[in-house]
Write a protein that binds this ligand. Sequence first.
Ligand code: HEC
Length: 99
Amino acid sequence: MKKLAIVTLLTVGTLLLMAADGKALAAKCAGCHGADFSKKALNMSKVVKGWSVDKIAKALEGYKAGTYGGAMKGVMKGQVASYSDADIKAVSEYIAGLK
Ligand code: HEC
């Protein structure tokens, strides 16, 4: 029993440490997309506001992998290159939740 408790504690602790802060991750996006993502970034992107978590995450994963985007996709690749899967999920959830 004791061992199980320790394993549980370690797992919960790791999950908490890994939990990314979507709002903090989205702060650097505001300059181009607007704080609520209602702007066309550099007048080139689609308006991301109103997209579902899934749609945003797919786009960001695609930019990271080089499989999604238009003429300006290089700009976005630089933005998300260092984001982990958990970061992408957190930032997508934050953006999709914006009113
Ligand atoms: C330097 C300006 C700039 C910054 C900063 C920036 N973006 Fe972008 N973003 C763009 C441009 C330009 C596009 C369109 C790229 C293309 O041609 O596909 C885009 C596209 C996107 C798209 C897909 C929309 C579409 O047109 O298909 C999403 C989602 C997105 N950005 C999210 C983010 C997030 C999240 C961040 C912050 C981590 C961020 N962006 C930071 C400029 C920026």
